[in-house]
Write a protein that binds this ligand. Structure first.
Ligand code: GAL
Length: 958
């Protein structure tokens, strides 16, 4: 229909023809110019700041009528909150990362799996101003993840749909951009009713957002593949593959230069290759490096090499990007397990989800660093990011801190949409030396069938096509023994639980490498030592009764793995508690209790059990429980001593209670008649004391204490840190059962972004001003303000206790480059109809049939008409923002050449009485909803005329 609407000549309207010629001329100029007319270089700008948010769906009324339907079907005309003219003036302003689910209350009617947190639908909008000097560059929006189904519009064009809450959306927005004053609108609808998991998944834009500006000749996103391969002796190769994209207007010859820097920053290699890149095409350039005796990456020594890629045209660098890679070998052996650089490493792993106390899934990078540091201190050397790819920053930390990783795909589905998710993960992550396994699924019911086998075969093939240096695995919880099953399609078999089948499988398939991909699933409430079923409290002795039926205790699971050389290692379910899956409890329990640590990263007793099993290089000793058992004097208390030494001795108030040989798997137990005082454990090796620890009966709490995680914060608006909140007795000892209700005040250069206490049944507001201590502890997370160097001052108060006060120094740092927020008090009237020209003054309010798409033309300012006819009539409509309804708005014309009359809703609102070009400001009559505007321009005889600048609707006073 209406195929002739772009045939401007059809209107007999010379000015439109001229406008078309002018732009064609501009295009020709840029095509033939030899001068580089587009800025070179790359800018990666944070787009975390300045979003507007609306909780709930914004449903646009059904489209009715021919004109509206026709317009709705056109590029750039998405209606409602997806579109450009939507009034978001009363939306909440916030910065990313943002998880709206954690802000809301718990609801017993909401999904238990999601931690009884209603999720729902939310909208985000943001405005973007683009410098005209950036014209011609390639613009990409990058959303690192949005929970869960996200639709993105730019300037009213739908530009992306992503149906996974764990995948990035990288969107080329170059074609849709407005430059200069005319703002760009980004609209996002995040549907978090959609679920991909059976755990808390959060809601909204919970990872970072970026705007990446590149020269037209640039390295494609995730376009550098650099994974070293070992050769003979100490000889290695590094076959680098670079994908160069050309968004420019001419076929271009480029030189791709890749430079390799060693961990000390010294250049150790440089290669160049030439390529010709077609218009709007990719070219893949291969540069093979040969490296002798590189410094190897390992868990202990995280030697990282930097690979810097430059795209050079006519001697000038157009783009540059760097990544890190590492030289290391990995091998899964069917008899002896896992080898890193030829050294045997038993995988002491944990599975983790991605939520933390107070912040939900919107975890600041520095809090991730804290979480990984806690895992390192625990002796973890392997992480399974279950059951989805983590944030890119987390994998960078993993490489730097020294963990090996099972990187897991979320959705098990080899159909094209979902295969793209898998491809994205492998392409983004394959340069990380930490990654040792690609996992294509977790526990799929079809795993024991031909269907499962065929699906995995396809997904494994896609993985191999992108990276053949790591084995593919799948986390199976059955189906191992059927004739055709998933284990036949993977390189390493992963078993979730199934301990009784370990040996059976190994016997049946002695040549198949095997690892636990998930184990344990034992329950434990931090700081509790008596199971009270009705209250959902689970004791910390790691008893069989407190493990899931399908799982094992912490001690049994590790013993099964540690004592079988063919099992490469284990991945405890889980490193940290997470929201949802409060197994074995239900409401009022809202978070899981599987963690070795609680939701804040505070250690449970399982922490000490694993720490003494996993850390060998220094003596460690721990005692449980605490020693505050007032009322139980003389009664036997079960004492658990956890140590990695040879012998332990227990003393109560200096009196020896006995000695035991250390049992490295079962730990050591003593029954001790309770008397207040000091219970001490001493560890011996070779008859010599090598470790000592104690628990003491404390007095009542008298004061609060705040213990910051680090000495200083960076004033970049991103750096955050957990602060431990506890209560002390008169002698300054932490009181283990303190439950004070603490109120926080955070002032100075930062603010609170949430808090928690690890109580799996707590329904406290995670963002409010108060939090109760749970078994002696709570955690407050503070984050600096943007551009601040003021200390962050925290005051904690509680009834009857001395307040605690700290000031955390803030170091002024240059903020990460970011995109300035752009306010949009302005509505641009962009889309105009243009009546046929006439020498008689036209009726400004003449009717145009709703189905007539052709008699009048179409255009947006500048609307220029060559000398000729006398009168030109332009018509448009707009919906002013709510705050302009009462007559305090202006209609602003950037410039009109010719005399003019302006009519709104059939009434004359103003006139321009001179021919000379000039701006025109008119009062917008009071009124709501959609308004029709008609402009008659009368040309000076023999002169051109038109609407020259933007037409905007603005507040009278900004
Ligand atoms: C496993 C599953 C995990 C978690 C765990 C709880 O079967 O893979 O995601 O649900 O059980 O024990």
């Amino acid at each position: 229909m209406n195929s002739n609407i772009f045939n401007w000549r059809g209107f007999g309207s010379a000015f439109l023809l001229l406008a078309a010629c002018v732009s064609a001329h501009a295009a020709t100029t840029s095509t033939t110019s030899t001068k580089p007319d587009v800025k070179a270089g790359r800018e990666r700008l944070s787009l975390d700041r300045g979003w507007l948010f609306h909780l709930g769906d914004v449903v646009h009324p059904p489209i009715v009528g021919h004109e509206e339907s026709y317009s709705n079907a056109k590029a750039g005309n998405a209606p409602g909150a997806a579109g450009t003219e939507f009034d978001d003036s009363d939306w909440r302003r916030l910065d990313l990362p943002h998880d709206w689910a954690v802000e809301g209350p718990f609801d017993p009617k909401a999904n238990i799996s999601q931690g009884y947190r209603p999720r729902g639908i939310g909208w985000y909008r943001r405005y973007l101003k683009v410098d005209p000097a950036d014209r011609g560059r390639h613009f990409e929006l990058q959303f690192d993840a949005i929970a869960t189904h996200a639709t993105v519009w730019v300037n009213g064009n739908v530009v992306n749909r992503n149906w996974s809450g764990y995948n990035a959306s990288n969107i080329d927005i170059t074609p849709y951009l407005n430059y200069g004053d005319s703002l760009n609108t980004i609209s996002i609808r995040a549907d978090a009713e959609a679920m991909e998991g059976w755990w808390y998944e959060g809601a909204g834009m919970y990872r970072h957002a970026w705007l990446v500006k590149r020269a037209p000749l640039h390295v494609a996103t995730d376009g550098v593949y650099a994974v070293p391969r070992a050769g003979k002796g100490k000889q290695w190769t590094l076959p680098v593959e670079v994908t160069v994209n050309n968004s420019g207007k001419k076929v271009s010859d480029v030189t791709v230069e890749v430079t390799l820097f060693d961990p000390a920053g010294k250049q150790v290699g440089r290669q160049t290759a030439k390529a010709s890149v077609g218009v709007l095409k990719d070219a893949v350039v291969k540069l093979p490096f040969s490296i002798n005796d590189p410094a190897l990456w390992s868990i202990e020594k995280t030697n990282l090499y930097r690979v810097t890629t430059r795209v050079i045209q006519d001697g000038k660098a157009q783009d540059e990007v760097s990544l890190h890679t590492g030289f290391r070998t990995i091998r899964f052996d069917a008899q002896q397990g896992f080898f890193l650089n030829g050294q045997h490493v038993k995988l002491q792993g944990v599975c983790i989800h991605q939520d933390h106390a107070g912040v939900g899934v919107a975890i600041p990078d520095s809090v991730w660093e804290y979480r990984l540091r806690r895992l390192k201190e625990l002796g973890v050397n392997a992480i399974r990011f279950s059951h989805n790819a983590p944030a890119a920053e987390v994998l960078d930390m993993v490489d730097r801190m020294g963990f090996v990783v099972m990187d897991e795909n979320r959705n098990f589905n080899p159909s094209p949409d979902y295969m793209k998710q898998l491809e994205w993960m492998v392409k983004r992550d394959r340069h990380h030396p930490g990654i040792i396994l690609w996992s294509v699924f977790n526990e799929e019911p079809v795993q024991g069938s031909e269907v499962g086998y065929e699906m995995v075969r396809r997904m494994a093939a896609v993985v191999k096509s992108l990276d053949d240096t790591r084995p593919v695995t799948a986390a199976m919880n059955g189906g191992f023994f059927s004739d055709l099953n998933v284990s036949h399609a993977v390189d390493v078999v992963g078993a979730n639980y199934q301990v009784p089948d370990y040996d059976r499988y190994h016997k049946a398939f002695p040549d198949k490498p095997f690892t636990s991909s998930e184990d344990t699933s034992a329950f434990m409430t931090r700081g509790e030592f008596k199971t009270v079923k009705e209250k959902g409290i689970i004791a910390s002795y790691d008893d069989l009764a407190d493990a899931a039926q399908w799982g094992n205790t912490h001690r049994d699971a590790w013993e099964a793995i540690a004592t079988r050389p063919y099992v490469a290692g284990g991945f405890v379910w889980t490193g940290f508690d997470y929201r949802g899956e409060p197994t074995p409890n239900e409401w009022p329990a809202v978070s899981s209790v599987f963690g070795i640590m609680d939701l804040n990263g505070f250690p449970k007793n399982a922490y000490y059990i694993h720490q003494v099993q996993w850390i060998k290089d220094r003596p460690l000793i721990h005692i449980a429980p605490h020693w505050n058992w007032s009322g139980s004097e003389g009664k036997e208390i079960r004492v658990m001593v956890m140590a990695n030494v040879e012998k332990v001795q227990l003393l109560l108030n200096g009196k020896a209670l006995g000695e035991q040989q250390v049992d490295p798997f079962r730990m050591n137990f003593f029954n001790v008649a309770y008397a207040p005082g000091k219970l001490e454990a001493v560890g011996y090796r070779g008859g010599r004391e090598v470790a000592r620890t104690s628990v003491e009966t404390t007095g009542a709490a008298v004061a609060l204490e705040l213990v910051p995680d680090r000495a200083q914060l960076a004033g970049d608006g991103r750096d955050a840190m957990p602060i431990t909140v506890r209560a002390l007795d008169a002698q300054g000892r932490a009181v283990p059962l303190a439950d004070a209700n603490v109120t926080f005040a955070v002032t100075g250069g930062g603010r609170s972004i949430g808090h928690g206490n690890g109580d799996p049944t707590s329904h406290e507001d995670e963002k409010g001003a108060t939090r109760r201590l749970f078994n002696g502890l709570a955690q407050l997370i503070v984050q600096t303000n943007w551009d601040s160097n003021q200390p962050v001052e925290v005051v904690a108060t509680a009834p009857g206790l001395h307040a605690a006060k700290i000031a955390i120094p803030v170091k002024a740092v240059a903020p990460e480059p970011f995109v300035a927020s752009a306010d949009a008090p302005t509505t641009f009237v962009r889309s105009w109809r243009v009546a046929p020209v006439s020498d008689q003054r036209p009726d400004p309010n003449q009717k145009l049939a709703g189905f007539d798409m052709n008699t009048w033309g179409w255009g947006s300012p500048p609307l220029w008409a060559d000398a000729g006819a006398k009168y030109h009539l332009y018509r448009s409509s707009f919906t002013p923002r709510k705050n302009l309804a009462n007559g305090n708005g202006l209609i602003r014309f950037g410039g009109i050449r010719g005399k003019a009359e302006v009519w709104v809703d059939g009434a004359l609102v103003g006139k321009k009485d001179t021919y000379a070009p000039a701006p025109l400001d008119l009062s917008l009559p009071a009124g709501t909803g959609k308004r029709e505007i008609n402009v008659i321009v009368e040309a000076e005889p023999g002169q051109g005329s038109g609407i020259e600048g933007h037409v905007t609707i603005e507040p009278r006073v900004k």
